[in-house]
Design a protein. Structure first.
Length: 213
């Protein structure tokens, strides 16, 4: 669900958040419209508004775990966790966490990747949310959900700053709600559906496959 359709219709903060996200055409390769959230982080008000909206949503849901997906989930997750009195649990790429971990693989366009979490970071029965910057295929969020559920946590919801209105990946979230603040920005009248070709570039057989941000 989009924030604007869930109590925040007409909220000027959403427009400010969207406008603070820079669009970089043809990065990291030709045909990709990169949604750069680092410019949002440079805008104190937009950054604060982003965190505040999530905090307002989860403050009274008895959340004890905020799980952030590497790497951009780390930019928002800790601030949300501090504000709602929860712990922050980083979900990292392989071989980044010392000590004993559990792993969950997920599919990419070509091949697979993996998320890892420390054993014991989450206790059975804890209520958790998963935070990332954006969602397309849902593969990363699905892996995050599985990691938490293997530790017997209850995943209440996934939350992303950016998402497509028709998120095909939501079907991979095992029925978990998905909360999104804004849609991808548009530039030069080009529809920014992630992994669709930018103007002047021919599509290839893999579109759409995954997010770049």
């Amino acid at each position: 669900m989009f924030a604007a359709e869930n109590g925040l219709k007409g909220d000027p903060r959403l427009q400010g958040i969207s406008e603070a996200i820079r669009v970089v055409p043809h990065f990291p390769k030709p045909g990709i419209m990169f949604q750069d959230i680092t410019t949002l982080l440079l805008d104190h008000k937009a950054f604060k508004d982003t965190v505040d909206i999530f905090v307002d949503r989860y403050r009274d849901m008895d959340i004890s775990v905020v799980a952030g997906v590497e790497a951009r989930g780390f930019m928002f997750g800790p601030a949300i966790a501090l504000a709602i009195g929860a712990k922050f649990v980083p979900l990292r790429k392989p071989r980044k966490l010392p000590g004993e971990v559990i792993s969950e693989a997920y599919e990419l366009e070509y091949g697979t990747d993996c998320l890892e979490m420390h054993v014991g970071a989450v206790e059975p029965g804890e209520r958790a949310i998963v935070i990332d910057d954006l969602v397309a295929t849902g593969g990363t969020l699905s892996a995050a959900i599985k990691l938490l559920e293997r530790s017997e946590a209850e995943v209440v919801e996934c939350a992303c700053v950016i998402g497509l209105r028709e998120v095909k990946g939501q079907c991979r979230l095992n029925g978990k709600p998905l909360y999104i603040l804004v849609e991808p920005r548009q530039i030069e009248n080009c529809c920014l559906r992630f992994m669709l070709p930018a103007a002047g570039h021919a599509p290839h057989s893999g579109y759409p496959v995954s997010f770049f941000s």
